[in-house]
Each structure stands twice: as C-alpha cells, then as structure tokens.
Design a protein around this ligand. Structure first.
Ligand SMILES: [Zn+2]
Length: 872
C-alpha cells in the first residue's frame, strides 16, 4: 500500500524504476513461478531454436536445485544446438561423473580454434610474444562455478549463462563472442553438487519453509562442500591431487586464460562479494598491476549489481595469498582470478538479516556478474593480453636477478620424488636430470635420484612460490594456510643453487619408478623401510597370510647394512604360502610399489643381528575403523580415508560416532580418531573403548582428539593452557589489567593468534618404531592449530618434539610460538596391553604432505609393538 502511494506522487523516471522494482519483487516473492525473464536482460532477443533450460531439465532454473546429471544433459543439448558451443569431457570424478568444459566463442573462431589457442599461449613465452598483434587476438576467459557443491547458485546460474551465450542475438553478444574464447565449466565439483542437490531437493516442502531450523537447510555430515573424499577442491589447484583439479589444471595450461572466475557462496546473512580481497593479504609474488586490473573489473560488477539493485561489498574480506585457491592460482601465472561470494539460501528460501533470501535471487546475482565479467574482459581485452605478455617477460627478467638460480631435489625414496615431479610437471615446470653426482652445501645429490628445477623459465614465479620459505608477512591474518613449501611437504632433500649447474636431460613426463629384485638367495626376502609405498606392500602381504617381521635393530646381509624398520619375509617360516607364491608377491611389490626387494641366502652376519634374532617382531594385520560423522572434521577424516584407500589400498571402516556408541568394536584392532570433538561419545562407549584398549587395541588420535584421549582417561596427553607461558613471558599478565586496545581491533587481534597452517621442524628419535623409514632426525611437519602438548616425563616418551627454533616457514604469533617451543608433537602411552598414540599435527594434509604419511602408517603397523615402558 505505502509503495503505491509513493508511486502516485513520484516523478515519471522514479515511477518507471519503482514499477521495475515491484515487478522484480513480485517475481522473486512468487519463487515457484520464477521464469527465465527474471534472470535475463530484457532488451535482448533470443534465437528460438536454442532450447531453454526448462525444456531440457524439466523445471525452471531456481525452482529446484539442478542435479549434476541434468546439468550435463543441458550442456550436451546446447552443444548439439549451437554452433557457438563445443563440449568436451576432460575428466572423471572419483564417483565417475564427467568433468566437462564448454568452449564458447563465435562460429568463425571455432573454425580456427587451434590456431587461436596456439597463438594465445605464445603470450607466455617471452621468446615469441613480442611479435604478436594483440589487437587482433581474442581474450580467453575461464568461467567456473560452485567448486563447493553446496554453494549451488553458481552451478545453477551456469544454466542461464550458457543459455544466454548460446541464444542471445545482436551486435553486442556477437562482438563478445568474436573477441573472447570462453572456457565454461558449469560445475567445478560434480560429486559435491550432486550430494547437495539430492539433500535440498528431497527435503523441500510444497509450502516453502524459510525457517533456518528446517532440515532442508541443515545438511547431513559431511555436507556437499567437498568432493568424494571430503576434500576442499578449492585448495587443490596448485598441487592437484584430485582428478577434478588435474583435468582443469590441464585445461588451464592448454589455454592460459586471461581471467578465471570462481562463483561461490557465503553465509546467509551476507550480501554479495567480489574481489579484490584485502589488499594487504595479497601474496607478494603477485604483481601490483593484478590488483589494479581486478579493481577495474570490479567497477563492471558494481555497475551491473547497481542496475538490478543488489547490495554488495569488496576489499574487506577474503584474500589472494594461497596459490592453491581457484581465484589465486591464476594470479601467479599472468592471469586474473576473481572470487565471487553470494549469500547462500542453502536451500530454496531462507530467513536472513536481509529478509527472506530466495534461491532465484542468488542465481541472478551470479549470472549478472558472469555477464559483467564478460563485458569487462571485452572492453579490457588488449590491456589483459598486454598484462599477460608483460608478466612473463618480467618473470624472465626477475629470474635473472634472483640470487638463487634454481633448486636441486633428491630423495632416497624415488616414489615420493616421482610424485613431486609429477605435480611440478602438471604445472608446466621444466625439470632436468643432473649430470653426475652433485654436492651442494655439503649435501650429496646422487645423479640417478636427483633433479634440478632452474628458475630461469616462464613459470619462475609459480616455482618460487612452491619452494620458498617465507617468514615475513605484511599482514598477520590468513584466509588459508600461510606456508606450503613443497619440498618440505614432500619430505625431500633439497638445496637452493646459488650458481647454476649444468643441466642434464629435460623430463617432460616423469615415469613412475619400478623396484628391482636384488640377489638370488632363497632363504629370505628383505625390504628397506624408505619407500613411500612400503606400507601398501606390507598390508598386501599380511592380507595374503604372509608372515612379515620388522627389525628393531640394524643388520647386515650380503655386505649391505639394513636399518631399523626393514621388513623380513623368511621363506620357510610360512604356513600358508608357498615359496613360489612368495616369488610372485615379491615381483608384484617391485613392480607396483616401486620398492626394491633383496634376497638373501644366509641369516648370519656378525656385524649385526642374525635373521632369526628376537629383535625381529612379527606384524599383525590391521583391522581399522575410523570415526566419522558427528563433530569429526570431514576434511581431516577425508584425508586419512583417501590416504588409506587410494594410496595404501588398506580397508578402513568409516564408523559413525552414533554407531560406535552402540556397536561391538571387537572386530577392529585399530581405531582412528581424526581431528574433531568427541563430546557425543557416550560414557558407556568410553568404558567400552577403555576395555578394548586394555585388552590390546591400538588407538590413534590426531590434533584435538589428543585432548579427548586425555580427558577420557585413555592417555596422559596434557596440553599447554592459556597461561602456561614460559617464565618471564606474559604468563602472569593474563590476570593483570591489560593495556587498553581499540574496540575496532578485536577481530584482527584475535585473528592474528590463529595458526592457520605453518611448517615446523621436529627432532626425531629414529630408533623409535614410529619413526622408522626416516633418514633425517629433523622432520618437517605441518601445523594447522594451536595445540601444544607438554613433553612427557619419561625418558623414552618424547620421540618427536619441537626444539628451541622450530619454525621453518609460515606465520605463528609470538605468544603461540613461545608455547610451541619445546613441546611434544607425538604422545605415546600404554594402557594395559593396548597402546594409545596421539599426534598434535596433521600428517596427511590435503594429500600433498607426503613427508609425514609414513608416521601414520608406522603408527598403524608398529604401534602395537611398542614397548610398554614407552608410556608417558
Ligand atoms: Zn566456497
């Protein structure tokens, strides 16, 4: 009513505006009657032969959540119907869903697409880019949607955007298509999108329920954000450990786009965000010009959102620091990454501080900014192409000025090294073999297991970001991790090269190494503990009823020393397998696990223990359950699941906390508690767990589970409290009146105390079975928390602990660093016949922290063998 009164009194222009507003309001209120016109620009005509989304998917966009199969179905239909679009399947998700890309450009460009592409990528090659005529070249624009599957407005908007790009008519769109090659990814995370759409669609009422308490708005664990193994794919662009990322990174390098967009959602009470993020939190390796261009592109979003009357903000949140994020990864490669964040209706309609937030409204903002980016890319085309060309020219000049000329990398473990090279090669980094053995800073790198990455190459900045250690930061707040030094994460030996060394053969496609059978003995087989996949071999043997022993003392055989942790498979001492079968298994280990198998003909060598020595302990096959669901962290549990399932091929029961509470756990001998809080474990279940452990069970906990073991009385893993600062520090100050600080700084000061993820060096006792297979007593660990465990009093109870200066790379606040120093990161405790092991840090972080995976596996295989004296 009041609006009508205003309308009558208002001048003509104002009336027009209000009529539009009222129309939009009524459309968005009657969401079930939403139609295509709500989304699309009004003054555009559409080609009638192009099918609308509704005609293919069976509902209007925004009425239901699009499922991934229907989404792909529509994209296939457009591929057939439009000569502007060609679709290809570039990969398969873990759940076998297609990862698709649509190349969208003018029909004329489609006819010369390979020529356009090969000319475009020359912009990244300073030896060729000088002669290119930028005015004649299209820009390349990679549009990506909903990498977090439950941030679905992006993927749903992709239906509208794809329809618009296929069907819109007129000089504007034709000019855009002539001047742009669009790489269009409708769903960055197919498995997550499918999971989320199933949830919200199956819980939607006919009468829309906007109550945030309704089941529609409260997804079940683990939620649709993640991929199949509960990984956040928006942290995987750099290391690309998942098939979705591998496919898109390949596409990225095939085309080297100028702009990459990344459509997300944030909290329901927010509005709309577009980048730039907080300028002080931009990675220093990203040129300032990137920020300038991002801001300029931002003016296009602002104008478009102003026109439809949507609220938005920019610069205040999010950042461009970690290059593993979709909107940051492009920034270190001459491209501009743009993050969009839309307030989430997380369902079809939900109450918010801004009134009822309806799904179609969220979709429209995403579509609107997809188009505003397209306009910006076109109007800034030459500027963006020029920027890309300059970026690579400058990279080459900067590499020349860098005092470091490259890095040399090697390892006794060829598999870990292979996985590192594979990751680097995926990012188009040139890798070379070395000519002969090299000694750098006193460390010897052997020719057959060492490589060089020279800095003087187009990917200089990316390489630098991967290998550098960083201790200085402009800001102390991080949206994600503050360090990811990859040679440390992979647990490799490496040194910076201050003078260039002569390069050997260039490696274009690293080959997975194979092991060898060494020797012709028929008495026993022996496997060293250094190989990454040794635990996989161990499990396979145990699963085939082979008796496997591990040595707790070094021994010699055929003139070679074998370290603690070496596996022994005696040929005669087997009940269930023949010597012929053993031969087959050993061959399989050499071929599949890349591990050398030694054969010996005698058990005697006086320099060490004999093969029949009591210091060899017999391994038991692990029967593993891992707690999931409830308040267990999905990403942490997912990392362990992925590690056991895909790398080591060891079965693990994913045991929901509620089932754990009520079931008999005696079929397991190993139970893993990932990071999480376990307040929902019942008292009865706690007792059951205690009894189970006392009678020989193995408990392994990570991060805050360590605290729970302590409070549940399963182990004495005491952590440092708030005021447990070392004497002379602010210890007592917490009880005194603190210095007054501005209210406005609350958030920032609190944020600065977070340890979002940094790398520290721990001192290891390599004679402890939990650390078998490591070659250096200093081991790099990834710490994403403020959990600091007190050292235990026992002489053997601190096998892995931080010393006086453990920080290798990344950010930690001063008070937290004081607590971290001289703390323990591995607790070991005996409870009856059982063992309890607690790690304060993440040993399987994002599937690229290969270096610490072995500790997880050692805990599983050797935990039960630990001497009872080891207790805390
Ligand atoms: Zn997101």
């Amino acid at each position: 009513m009041r609006l009508l009164v205003v309308l009558i009194k208002a001048p003509l222009e104002m009336k027009k505006l209000l009529v539009i507003c009222l129309t939009l309001a009524s459309l968005s209120a009657g969401w079930s009657q939403v139609n295509l016109n709500y989304y699309l620009p009004s003054r555009v005509q559409y080609i009638p032969s192009i099918p609308t989304p509704q005609s293919v998917i069976g509902h209007e966009v925004g009425e239901w959540h699009i499922t991934h199969d229907r989404l792909v179905n529509y994209m296939m239909t457009l591929d057939k119907a439009s000569d502007r679009i060609s679709m290809e399947v570039i990969g398969q998700t873990h759940e076998n869903r297609p990862v698709v890309i649509l190349t969208i450009t003018s029909p004329k460009n489609h006819q010369n697409i390979e020529q356009i592409r090969s000319q475009h990528v020359q912009l990244t090659d300073p030896t060729k880019s000088g002669s290119l005529d930028l005015k004649e070249m299209p820009a390349v624009f990679y549009m990506g949607h909903s990498i977090h599957g439950n941030e679905a407005s992006g993927a749903n908007a992709s239906l509208i955007t794809a329809y618009y790009l296929a069907a819109a008519q007129g000089p504007e769109i034709e000019k855009y298509l002539d001047n742009t090659v669009i790489l269009f990814d409708p769903s960055f995370n197919p498995d997550g999108l499918q999971r989320f759409s199933s949830w919200v669609n199956s819980r939607k009422s006919k009468v829309a329920n906007a109550d945030p308490n309704d089941t529609e708005h409260n997804e079940a664990w683990p939620g649709g954000r993640f991929n199949h193994y509960w990984f956040d794919l928006n942290r995987d662009w750099l290391v690309a450990q998942h098939p979705e990322s591998q496919a898109r990174v390949k596409k990225f390098h095939q085309w080297k786009p100028n702009v990459v967009t990344d459509h997300h959602e944030m909290g329901t009470n927010a509005t709309f965000f577009f980048q730039p993020g907080v300028p002080s939190r931009m990675h220093p390796l990203t040129p300032e010009k990137n920020l300038e261009l991002t801001k300029k592109i931002g003016t296009y979003h602002a104008k478009a959102l102003d026109e439809i009357g949507s609220l938005y903000y920019t610069q205040e949140g999010y950042d461009d620091f970690y290059y593993g994020k979709g909107s940051t990864f492009p920034d270190v490669q001459g491209s501009i990454g743009i993050l969009f964040e839309q307030a989430s209706s997380r369902g079809h309609a939900q109450e918010s501080n801004n009134g009822i937030l309806r799904f179609p409204f969220t979709i429209r903002n995403q579509f609107t900014t997809a188009l505003s980016t397209l306009k910006a890319v076109n109007e800034m085309r030459v500027e963006l192409l020029e920027y890309q060309r300059e970026f690579y020219k400058n990279a080459s000049a900067e590499a020349g000025k860098d005092l470091t000329k490259g890095v040399i990398i090697g390892s006794k473990d060829k598999m870990k090294l292979f996985h590192f090279l594979e990751m680097a090669a995926r990012q188009q980094i040139d890798i070379h073999k070395i000519n002969g053995n090299q000694t750098v800073n006193g460390k010897t790198f052997e020719a057959e297991s060492s490589y060089v990455i020279p800095f003087n190459q187009p990917q200089y900045r990316l390489i630098k970001s991967m290998v550098e250690k960083r201790l200085q930061f402009k800001d102390s707040l991080f949206y994600d991790i503050s360090s990811w030094t990859l040679p440390l994460a992979y647990g490799l030996d490496y040194e910076e090269l201050k003078t260039p060394i002569s390069l050997g053969e260039k490696i274009t496609e690293p080959k997975m190494p194979e092991g060898k059978i060494i020797g012709k003995g028929e008495y026993a087989y022996v496997i060293e503990p250094f190989g990454y996949y040794t635990p996989r071999a161990t499990y396979r043997l145990l699963n085939k009823n082979v008796r496997v022993k591990v040595t707790t003392e070094p021994f010699y055989a055929d003139g070679k020393k074998f370290e603690r942790g070496t596996l022994l498979i005696h040929v005669e001492n087997q009940e269930k397998v023949s010597s012929e079968q053993l031969q087959v298994y050993m061959k399989e280990i050499a071929e599949k696990d890349g591990v050398d198998v030694y054969t010996h003909s005698t058990g005697l060598d006086y320099r060490g223990v004999s093969l029949g020595s009591p210091t060899f302990l017999t391994l038991k096959k692990p029967e593993i359950a891992m707690l999931v669901d409830g308040n267990v962290s999905p990403t942490d549990a997912g990392e362990l699941w992925h590690l056991l399932d895909t790398r080591y091929q060891i079965p693990v029961t994913l045991l929901p906390v509620s089932v754990f509470n009520s079931t008999n756990i005696n079929r397991y001998n190993t139970i893993i508690f990932p990071e999480g809080s376990y307040g929902t474990v019942s008292d009865m279940a706690k007792e059951k767990l205690k009894t189970w452990t006392q009678s020989g069970g193995l408990l392994i906990g990570f991060e805050s589970a360590v605290n729970w073991f302590n409070t549940a009385g399963l182990a004495k893993f005491e952590t440092k409290k708030e005021d447990d600062l070392p004497t002379g520090q602010a210890g007592k100050a917490s009880k005194e009146i603190q210095k007054t600080k501005p209210y406005a700084d609350i958030e920032e000061n609190r944020g600065a105390q977070e340890t979002s993820g940094a790398i520290f060096e721990a001192d290891a006792d390599l004679t402890n079975p939990l650390l078998y297979g490591y070659t250096s007593s200093r081991i790099a660990l990834f710490k994403p928390n403020n959990l600091f465990m007190q050292k235990a009093t026992g002489a053997y109870a601190n096998p892995l602990s931080y010393g006086n200066a453990p920080l290798l790379s990344g950010y930690i606040s001063k008070p937290n660093y004081a607590k971290l120093k001289n703390s323990s990161c591995l607790g070991v405790s005996a409870l009856g016949r059982g063992r309890v092991i607690g790690f304060t840090d993440n040993l399987a972080f994002r599937a690229f922290w290969f270096g610490t995976n072995k500790m997880v596996m050692n805990a599983i295989f050797y935990g039960p063998l630990l001497n009872a004296e080891v207790g805390r």
